[in-house]
Write a protein that binds this ligand. Structure first.
Ligand SMILES: [Zn+2]
Length: 384
């Protein structure tokens, strides 16, 4: 069971670690295969969960039944206890009765009470009578007391049996509780895998829909046979200054630039499908790739450009994956990463930010507030 949990955890880690790599599927067929894979996986996990939930319900029903049995045993032990007490009192009462009986006949002293009483008789008939009365009454009480003692002994034995049974039931309950915990643990770990699977699913579904929409055939190499970069429509425009739009396709600009140096929106948000390739807006050098810089963990690429002797910086944020590494030289239009929704983001989009002279942690390391005063409208450089 533990082994299974470790396996699940390992799988979870591997799945998360591999996620950024999965975007390198190259044909529509591969995207469709991935989509099917995650659909099956989701179904499989949901089945696992429902099986485990049923198992858990069965265990809980068993536990409830045992609890009832324990309660019954406890009640029975208490009832027997009462019976024992009652019988003990009855024995005491009988003892007193015998004692009184003997006292009434005034033969309470000595061991030879029968003889004394008997010799007090007026004649032989009276003597026999007297002997038999005492004998009968004391015999009777003795028999009653013996019966009661036997009953007590039986009750105590029954109690012992019940207590043993109770202990056994409690042990069983403990075993079931451990079992239930394990099953619940399985459910929790499988449920933990589902958000990632759903994320993968929606990513591949979006990709497959998109590539079908733009006319890709199953065996087409994406970006080569179909969905080719083009300098028309929503993107891919090369400006007179050599800057290019960061996306070949985007749906619309979801948030425009409005920044006064300290508040507002520092860049342009292009709404585009997750996985859409992102291009460097100009030739330059990548100086940061990662998610550690943004407090919300957005994946980012930062590039420094030399534009007519002036340093210009471009930032690409919320990426789903990277296509470049740090300190890599890139040309205008080179794919550097892919649209995603990492960090503080509610949907797939690219946040493009551009600054003059000062880059984030570039030439004024750590001075974020100096940097943000140098942010400019990306459209000052990038074609609309
Ligand atoms: Zn933004």
């Amino acid at each position: 069971m533990m082994k299974k949990i470790y396996k699940v955890i390992t799988l979870l880690i591997i799945t998360i670690a591999l996620f950024p790599l999965n975007i390198f599927a190259t044909t529509l067929q591969e995207f469709e295969d991935q989509l099917t894979k995650y659909q099956n996986e989701l179904e499989d996990k949901n089945n696992q969960i429902s099986v485990s939930k049923k198992e858990l319900e069965e265990i809980q029903a068993k536990m409830a039944d045992i609890e009832k049995q324990i309660k019954e045993a406890e009640d029975e032990v208490a009832r027997l206890e009462e019976e024992i007490q009652k019988n003990n009192e009855e024995i005491k009462r009988k003892k007193n009765e015998s004692k009184k009986l003997i006292e009434n006949y005034q033969i309470s002293n000595g061991e030879n009470i029968y003889l004394e009483y008997a010799f007090g008789a007026t004649d032989i008939t009276d003597m026999i009578y007297r002997l038999s009365i005492v004998e009968q009454l004391t015999d009777y009480n003795k028999k009653v007391m013996d019966d009661l003692k036997r009953l007590i002994k039986e009750s105590k034995e029954k109690q012992k049996e019940l207590e043993a049974k109770e202990a056994e039931l409690k042990k069983l309950t403990e075993e079931l509780r451990v079992q239930a915990e394990k099953v619940q643990g399985n459910i929790t770990s499988v449920e933990g895998l589902i958000p990632n699977i759903k994320g993968q699913l929606s990513y591949y579904k979006e990709r497959v829909d998109y590539y079908k929409r733009v006319g890709c055939k199953p065996t087409d190499q994406i970006g080569i046979d179909c969905d080719k970069p083009r300098a028309t429509g929503g993107g891919g425009v090369v400006g007179a200054n050599g800057f290019v739009t960061p996306l070949n396709y985007y749906s619309y600009i979801s948030t425009g630039y409005y920044w006064n140096g300290s508040s507002g929106h520092k860049g342009i948000d292009y709404a585009a499908g997750c996985g859409t390739p992102i291009k460097a807006v100009a030739t330059g050098r990548v100086y940061y790739v990662g998610s550690g810089k943004d407090i919300y963990g957005a994946k980012m690429v930062l590039i420094v450009h030399n534009y007519n002797g002036r340093l210009v910086f471009s930032q690409y944020a919320h990426l789903s994956g990277y296509a470049v590494g740090s300190n890599q030289d890139v040309y205008a239009g080179q794919i550097i990463g892919y649209v995603g929704s990492t960090g503080w983001s509610t949907g797939c989009h690219l946040h493009l930010e551009i600054s003059n002279d000062i880059g984030w942690d570039y030439n004024k390391p750590g001075n974020y507030y100096t940097y943000i005063r140098h942010i400019v409208n990306p459209f000052n450089y990038v074609p609309r």
